[in-house]
Design a protein around this ligand. Sequence first.
Ligand SMILES: CC(C)(COP(=O)(O)OP(=O)(O)OC[C@H]1O[C@@H](n2cnc3c(N)ncnc32)[C@H](O)[C@@H]1OP(=O)(O)O)[C@@H](O)C(=O)NCCC(=O)NCCS
Length: 402
Amino acid sequence: MAETSNIKNIGLRGVKVADTRISDVDGTNGILIYRGFPIEELAEHSTFEETSYLLLHDDMPTVRELREFTDGLRKVRSLPAFVPEVLAHLPKGSLPMDVLQAAVPLLAMDDPDLADDSREANLRKAGRLIARLAAVVAAWHRIRNGQDILLPDEGLSHAGNFLWQLRGEKPDHETAKDLDTALILHADHSFNASTFACREVTSTQAHMYAAVAAGVGALSGSLHGGANMLVMKMLDALKGEPDVAAWVRLELDSGRKIMGMGHAVYKTTDPRAKFLKNMCFRMGKKLGEDHWCRLSTQIEATAVAEFAKRGKTTIKPNVDFFSAPVYHMMGIPGDLMTPLFAVSRIAGWASHIIEEKFGDAHGETPALYRPSSEYTGHYCGKEGCTYTPIEERGGAMGTRTL
Ligand SMILES: CC(C)(COP(=O)(O)OP(=O)(O)OC[C@H]1O[C@@H](n2cnc3c(N)ncnc32)[C@H](O)[C@@H]1OP(=O)(O)O)[C@@H](O)C(=O)NCCC(=O)NCCS
């Protein structure tokens, strides 16, 4: 049949499928940039709102632009009334990522710009999605616990307001700032699986919400955003474990993965993990909970040593490894950690959707993604297999006739 290809079944590793001006990952040297800025620079000096503006607009905002952008997000924080009404009818045990994915088309139904595909309208859609994914996650948590949902607080940052709407208490400045920094760190990561899903759907000319719903679905998987929740499960299971090293060995000997370790692109420590590790110890000391970070570090050290013994010297902690204990100390339940990833990544998704839609990186409308595949199924020759009526098949296999 078709000529064989040596790039299939490797998850497109190393295959450049498009240009992008939004972010870049240097996996060998552990460098991540957004629009040219190193992630460390943004995590130290920027805010999630400013970073979102940068990702969406390819430039840092002026004071006025940032104020307008931030005010714009604040104005659309409230959910349309029917969204919490629908959420209230969902089974309380639903997976939060399923709820979030289901809520995205609901938000589309309220968007006055839905039919307008201009750049300005897409930027407005991006703002609504950035503001409202956070609101959906917080609302769902309260609804499932039988609590009233809370109105947003105009005086709080995006991160601070999320903590308020989720927990029902105003966060102190440092905690809100730490979450803000974590949101910056998770906001974009070039052509990761969920972003690629968003861009792929966008290439069909579907609207932004359809693309974001695909992104949420892709992010939910345990090899992608779903890993942070599993890291927290691992930490919970290991908190009284006297022999962490033996546990790590057993996991690897049994062919199981250590969650939060390894990366498709980084072959050294993920720069975001370094930042989150420091945050973990700082928060842990402040709250008297640094046992989480010590346990994580113990798992890290033994796993890296075990990987090395097995000839795998490039598997190091990724972003999920230390975000889990950090979020836990902020009072975020384990199953909301992946939705919280989406609350941040929406800034990157929306930026990539706009870049894809308008061909910003290569100056022309991009083509519909339509890869090809190698057919390895049954083949009955040029004429194809002959259909056997069901009553003549008699439960036997091999009913395709040449
Ligand atoms: C992210 C991930 C899918 C990347 O996988 P990948 O591109 O295949 O990574 P590599 O090519 O470096 O993997 C090489 C080998 O190490 C193994 N490996 C990678 N990460 C591992 C982990 N966390 N635990 C155990 N083994 C791991 C792979 O299974 C593979 O083994 P093999 O050669 O015997 O088949 C993988 O590291 C993983 O599953 N990590 C855990 C989940 C996670 O934290 N995901 C979040 C990513 S941000």
